[in-house]
Design a protein. Structure first.
Length: 484
């Protein structure tokens, strides 16, 4: 069970209760950490207006002592100079900017993501999830016809008596309804966040698979729960992050992986794996350098007649065009002649600097070998969608995919396993799905996917619950190593 401590600049024992201990910064500095203390959550109310202030050091020490602290050091730094405009991913119209006059400002406070004006609560809550701090001060202004929202952390000592009353109410609600929710369950050693997107059409794991991950985690001493991107602002409250949403580089999945790593979490898949797997240009170059067997591939940057001549000299039709980023067979096109080649290249290069051209090879199925930390843990044969040349047929009136066969890894040809392990070493030591084509004894690695599909009754058809235990055991091992 968690213990909650509030650290203040001044002794304000009105905040104390049976569940909340209030201490001064001096006492927190000297008296903690204590021997055999329970897992501790800390609300830092010290002033953080200045860099290297008491409030800054309070959060810094809390993180060093493995206390779950609000705000984190990264949040303090983010809020030091944060101004958001129309180009940022924030809905400023929700703050009724149309009613503002040029040069006019509007200021208000939020306590743990709650503000008095009900119209703004949803937007304020979203910003709190992104920049979690006990008290946030918002200043909305219209400058040269453009709205600007400044967000700062507000010190508890600067609150009026009325504002302190509101703060105490929200503190009680936050600690009892948000933080205590996870404290009443059976104590487990670690907290694991599983990032999902309920609205994703083709998620990496279905709902049943997610349930099995959560059950496997509990057996290994981890409390696992799903979170969405909107809840990721408090990622520092967890020990590990498991990404089960389709990743991309210019995307919140990559940014969240980076943030979680900075906070010291164990992350699968890590940001380096996302960066490498999501870009087929990197994979092609890395495969060539490390002599990973793969299909003939060329990087194209233009559509001149000379460029087209060189492509035709190197490849026969049909050939494949690939966007550098893509998942689940998206961003991959087959062209049958020069006219289609030129048309599709012009279309793709209008949105990206590079396109890959790859030789076409049809096979009835592709191998998918799941690799975790350098070890093959499952294998599937994914068959092509009906009357289509890919596993997924996104162009059909009704989305379709081919059938599958799940095999024990010891039944997979050695040449396939060897290629999968060699290709995964190019990327890292995370969880990967390596796609391979096979013709006779010759194999060709198509790509290495971070965040591979793991669905109930598909990838787990042979190992069953053991597949989920293997992946959760990797988290357990990494958390153990982190604690040494």
């Amino acid at each position: 069970m968690y213990k909650t401590i509030i650290v203040v600049d001044e002794d304000d024992f009105a905040l104390a209760s049976d569940e909340l201990e209030v201490v001064s910064f001096e006492r927190y500095l000297v008296d903690f950490p204590k021997r055999n203390e329970p897992k501790t959550r800390l609300i830092n109310l010290c002033d953080t207006e200045y860099y290297l202030s008491r409030g800054y050091y309070c959060s810094l020490l809390a993180e060093a002592r493995q206390h779950k602290v609000l705000p984190s050091v990264s949040a303090i730094n983010d809020l030091r100079d944060l101004t958001l405009g129309p180009d940022d991913d924030v809905n400023l119209t929700a703050f009724d900017v149309a009613s503002l006059q040029e040069g006019e400002t509007r200021e208000f406070l939020a306590y743990f993501g709650w503000t008095e004006d009900e119209r703004w609560r949803k937007s304020v809550r979203n910003l709190f999830e992104r920049y979690p701090a006990p008290i946030l001060r918002f200043r909305l202004a219209l400058e040269n016809g453009s709205p600007r929202l400044t967000v700062r952390r507000h010190g508890y000592t600067h609150l009026t008596d009325v504002e302190r009353g509101l703060f105490q109410q929200r503190l009680k609600t936050f600690t009892e309804q948000v933080w205590r929710t996870s404290s009443n369950r059976k104590p487990l050693r670690w907290d694991l966040a599983i990032l999902v997107n309920p609205d994703e059409a083709i998620p990496p794991s279905d709902a049943e698979a997610i349930k099995r991950f959560i059950k496997a985690a509990a057996k290994l001493g981890m409390h696992a729960e799903t979170i969405t991107a909107q809840q990721a602002g408090q990622i520092a409250q967890y020990d590990a992050l498991f990404i089960r949403e389709t990743t991309a580089i210019d995307h919140h999945t990559y940014r969240l992986a980076r943030k979680a790593e900075r906070e010291g979490l164990v992350v699968i898949d890590d940001s380096a794996s996302i960066l490498r797997c999501c870009n087929k240009v990197f994979l092609h170059d890395a495969f060539s350098y490390h002599r990973v067997p793969s299909l003939k591939t060329r990087t194209v940057i233009g559509t001149s007649e000379a460029e087209l001549d060189e492509i035709e000299a190197q490849f026969s039709y049909p050939c494949i065009l690939k966007l550098p980023e893509g998942a689940f067979s998206k961003g991959i096109y087959k062209v049958a002649n020069r006219e289609e080649l030129a048309h599709r290249l012009r279309e793709l290069l209008s949105n990206t600097a590079l396109v890959l051209v790859q030789e076409y090879m049809y096979t009835d199925f592709d191998w998918r070998v799941g690799v975790l930390a350098g070890r093959a843990i499952y294998a599937c044969r994914y068959h092509m969608a009906r009357d289509h040349w890919q596993i997924y047929n996104h162009g059909a009136k009704r989305f379709s995919s081919g059938g599958f066969e799940t095999l024990p890894t010891f039944e997979v040809p050695k040449v396939v396993l060897d290629a999968a392990l060699k290709a995964s070493r190019v990327v890292g030591k995370g969880l990967y799905g390596v796609d391979i084509k096979q013709k006779g004894q010759q194999v060709y690695v198509m790509e290495v996917n971070d965040n591979p599909s793991i669905e109930h009754d598909v990838e787990d058809a042979y190992l069953g619950k053991e597949l989920y235990m293997l992946i959760m055991a990797e988290f357990q091992q990494r958390l153990e190593q982190r604690g040494r």
